[in-house]
Design a protein around this ligand. Structure first.
Ligand code: C2E
Ligand code: MG
Ligand code: MG
Ligand code: MG
Length: 290
């Protein structure tokens, strides 16, 4: 009597194991495996000094390279990474890639900077600033060559953000508010936090040359940033007309497909060298304002 029963139990167990392993992993499970296997690569989008055309550096933009070789855009996994806490090891892998791939060039060229995107939680807790400090030990590049970016969400808890900004500034980094105008905005925090730069979101850049009511919002962001003493970096510049408009209004820096898309490190370094030969060194840096 016991034997058929044990046999049946074994069959059910085997069936269960097969069912579980056949079942697709949850997106979170897949992402956790990707973190463990360090499947993230960083592409670099050049940042251009509008008055001269010189390349001042790059923004580091993460991509997930699946085992089949396909690249997943960050918009498709960063929200899940933030919700699940997996953003922390991803951020750390981005920092590692930046230091490995651009570290020697940054050390050799103090005028060059690289921007790293931090998540809201890292602005609240200061964790990433501590990680960067540890990873910079023994490296020759200057902390001032790292621009830390975060969207408005990171600054909702103003007092926590102020503490982290203080730590980042003490370490020597500069700080930018990313995608400005697309999220929770309070002019009061902007005024009270010692930020260095403001990135004009591409949704505003897109309105340039369209009807004057919407593009005047872009003008207001520009004059507000100037009143606050912030450097301006325009995102998503796709046309010469947009670049001309921004330059005429005193916007110093821009990134966008007009100049270059984000690209692997080796391609970026070649782009930077070629741009250097053509336009010279950038006379103006993205740096601390306060
Ligand atoms: P972001 O920081 O605002 O980055 C700018 C995005 O605009 C990038 O998309 C870039 O490829 C894209 N872009 C640049 N120029 C143009 C243009 O001329 N036209 C158009 N249509 N798009 C342009 P990407 O690389 O897909 O990144 C999307 C977002 O994912 C980033 O927006 C950033 O918020 C987030 N992200 C990327 N890397 C990281 C990271 O390492 N950590 C965190 N926390 N977030 C990241
Ligand atoms: Mg950014
Ligand atoms: Mg942005
Ligand atoms: Mg954006």
């Amino acid at each position: 009597l016991l034997l058929p029963f044990a046999l049946l139990l074994t069959l059910i167990m085997i069936g269960g194991i097969v069912w579980v392993s056949r079942r697709r992993l949850s997106p979170r499970g897949e992402l956790a495996i990707a973190v463990g296997k360090r499947e993230f690569v960083v592409h670099y989008q050049p940042v251009i000094h509008l008055p001269t055309g010189a390349c001042v550096g790059a923004e580091a933009l993460v991509r997930w390279r699946r085992p089949d070789g396909s690249l997943v855009r960050p918009d498709l996994f960063i929200p899940l990474a933030e919700d699940s806490g997996l953003i922390k090891p991803i951020t750390d892998q981005v920092i590692d890639s930046v230091l490995d791939e651009l570290g020697p060039t940054l050390a050799a060229d103090a005028t060059m900077h690289v921007a790293i995107n931090l998540c809201a939680d890292d602005i609240r807790t200061g964790r990433a600033v501590r990680v960067i400090a540890r990873k910079l030990e023994g490296k020759e590049l200057q902390a001032g060559q790292l621009l830390l970016e975060a969207t408005e969400r990171g600054f909702i808890d103003v007092e926590a953000a102020r503490t982290t900004i203080g730590q980042a500034r003490a370490a020597g980094h500069s700080l930018a508010i990313d995608d400005f105008g697309t999220g929770y905005s309070s002019l009061q925090y902007l005024q009270s936090l010692p930020l260095d730069a403001l990135k004009i979101d591409k949704s505003f850049v897109e309105t340039i040359g369209l009807d004057s009511a919407t593009s005047s919002v872009t003008d207001h962001i520009i004059s507000m940033a100037r009143a606050l003493g912030l450097l301006l970096i325009a995102e998503g510049v796709e046309t010469q007309a947009q670049a001309d408009y921004l330059r005429a209004r005193g916007v110093d820096f821009a990134q966008g497909w007009l100049f270059a898309k984000a690209m692997p490190a080796a391609d970026f370094l070649a782009f930077h060298q070629q741009r250097r030969a053509q336009f010279g060194a950038c006379p103006s840096r993205i740096q601390r304002r306060w």
